[in-house]
Design a protein around this ligand. Structure first.
Ligand code: CP3
Length: 348
């Protein structure tokens, strides 16, 4: 076995014992870093995503600066919307804006039937190859990712971020056939994209269902699970560990687990031991410190990190992470102190 397969992170994904708890942080590369802000003075966010050398630079810099146990590919969940025929842009200060929300049957018909990610998202595969070449000698694994069908559909339908998902739910509740048609197209594209990332060399993948917490378990089962399960079914034969992140509603944990994933990523709204008993012992668990704790005084942050470790109690299969992405107001020394704390306090 290569040393990467023996890394703490991949061992934890396989629920094998590790000498310490591996840690990485969602959004570990971003605006809270001065070096990132310097690069962003020269290129837009999308140019950064589409320039493999720069995407590689910010991915690797986060690993070097923080000492985390895994890299996450620098990209965005929305990139896949472009080849699907749903163009978007980023409005400074307002986040993503879809240039023509997908709301009617005619809109859904215009969404691409399938994508060839190696071509339309070839720049992502190029970035993966560069990052791998950089990190492999150091034994640091690389996580690829995609947005999940519900979260991507919610952007496409709402036209951007949303509080109530009213257009999205109107389609879901009001025209199940149209909803299923859209979700099937997105789900197929995600599968193609993740398999292409695995081919290009990522060691694990994470599916981000950031906004799925807006749903009840019954609605998740009816409208979402049938489109998520095939993605994990397609990845399973590759043997590459898959992390399933859903945020906002711990009541969804059992049905999210049922949809698939070797590791279930949990937010701070539930304790880690309760979360693990809800998903069962046959999966790993990732999480779950509140990202706002990083803005608190150091000892208060440590208290929160310790609580996560205590709730897990050293069981194999824990990947330390935040319950959601690092906030832009985080300070680098504080994030470094968190990583160091988790490593020291979990050493066994
Ligand atoms: O985690 C990492 O370090 C890898 C890079 C990464 C980014 N976005 C970089 C980014 C990853 C994995 C994502 C995923 C992503 N993108 C999600 C899922 C994770 C989550 O937070 O729930 C979502 C919902 C998006 C969509 C998106 N992209 C939003 C809502 C925003 C923020 C808009 C804003 O201005 O705050 C983005 C932009 C984005 N993605 C930035 C970064 C570093 C900031 C862009 C900038 O430089 O201005």
């Amino acid at each position: 076995m290569s040393s990467i397969q023996d890394s703490c992170f991949l061992k934890a994904c396989r629920r094998e014992p590790t000498p310490f708890t591996p840690v990485w942080l969602m959004r570990q590369a971003g605006r809270y870093q001065a070096e990132y802000r310097e690069i962003r003075k020269k290129v837009s966010f999308l140019e950064l995503c589409k320039t493999p050398e720069l995407a590689c630079e910010v991915t690797v810099h986060a690993v070097d600066q923080l000492g985390v146990d895994a890299a996450i590919l620098f990209a965005d969940i929305l990139l896949i919307l472009e080849p699907l025929g749903v163009p978007f842009h980023f409005d400074e200060g307002h986040g993503p804006v879809i240039d023509g929300p997908v709301r009617t049957n005619a809109d859904i018909d215009r969404v691409a039937e399938s994508i060839v990610a190696t071509e339309s998202l070839g720049y992502v595969m190029d970035a993966i190859r560069l990052i791998r070449a950089d990190l492999e000698p150091r034994g640091v694994p690389l996580i690829g990712f995609s947005g999940a069908p519900f979260t991507l559909a919610s952007y496409a339908i709402e036209g951007g971020g949303s509080r109530d998902y009213r257009h999205c739910k109107a389609l879901m509740f009001g025209d199940e056939g149209a909803w299923n048609a859209l979700m099937a197209k997105i789900s197929g594209a995600i599968t193609n994209y993740l398999l292409a990332q695995i081919d290009a060399g990522v060691h694990a993948v994470q599916l981000f269902d950031s906004w799925v917490g807006a749903l009840s378990p019954a609605d998740y089962r009816r409208y979402v699970l049938p489109h998520v399960a095939p993605i994990f079914d397609a990845i399973r034969p590759t043997g590459v560990p898959a992390i399933h992140f859903g945020q906002g509603n711990p009541e969804l944990l059992p049905v999210i687990k049922e949809a698939g994933g070797d590791v279930i990523s949990v937010d701070w709204r539930i304790s880690m031991d309760d979360a693990w008993s809800r998903v069962g012992p046959d999966v790993g668990i990732q999480g779950n410190m509140d990202p706002v704790a990083i803005l608190a005084p150091r000892e208060a942050m440590f208290e929160r990190a310790q609580a996560v470790l205590d709730e897990v109690g050293g069981r194999p299969g824990h990947v330390f992470n935040l319950g959601h992405g690092l906030l832009r107001w985080s300070e680098v020394p504080q994030v470094q102190a968190l990583v160091e704390y988790v490593h020291e306090r979990s050493a066994r």
